[in-house]
Design a binder for this molecule. Structure first.
Ligand SMILES: [Zn+2]
Length: 152
């Protein structure tokens, strides 16, 4: 039985700009990323905090990306810690688009960055995942949990 998120999350992009929700097309959505969700939106779309929380990681200095796994570690991303030991993560962010800092308290719906094309990505979209840590390394020690519905 797949573990589902405990918290309720809102859509991390403006609904009127959302072209499509894609959970399965990306070859990266396997293993511990099997519950990741791609929100297909135009480049530079605002990225919104999916729930109240505290920012725990910000990387936005990468300038490269594209449709090749060699770019995997060049993704710009933000993570937010929420209640119930759940975290949300937002990937492929535009270079130097972060509006938040590590340790900052953020509210659901708050602008945190913009959609870009950094990291391993085929087209502009927001890669979103809710995860729990299994140990401490953010690159490998986590498991994603299922989010089926979003608060609009
Ligand atoms: Zn993805």
């Amino acid at each position: 039985m797949e573990k589902s998120a405990i918290n309720r999350y809102r859509l991390p992009v403006p609904r009127n700009l959302l072209e499509r929700v894609d959970r399965t097309s990306s070859p990266a959505h396997a293993g511990n990323l099997r519950n990741a969700i791609d929100f297909i939106v135009p480049e530079n779309t605002l990225v919104l905090a999916a729930a109240n929380g505290i920012v725990t990681y910000v990387k936005d200095d990468s300038i490269i990306g594209g449709p090749n796994p060699i770019y995997w570690n060049f993704t710009n991303f933000v993570t937010i810690m929420h209640a119930n030991e759940e975290y949300s993560r937002y990937d492929h962010l535009a270079t130097q688009s972060s509006k938040v800092k590590v340790g900052q308290v953020v509210s659901e719906g708050q602008e945190i960055a913009r959609v870009g094309m950094t990291g391993y990505t085929f087209h502009p979209h927001l890669h979103f995942q809710v995860f729990i840590f299994t140990r401490t390394n953010i690159w490998i020690d986590f498991d994603t949990v299922s989010v089926q519905d979003f608060i609009s």
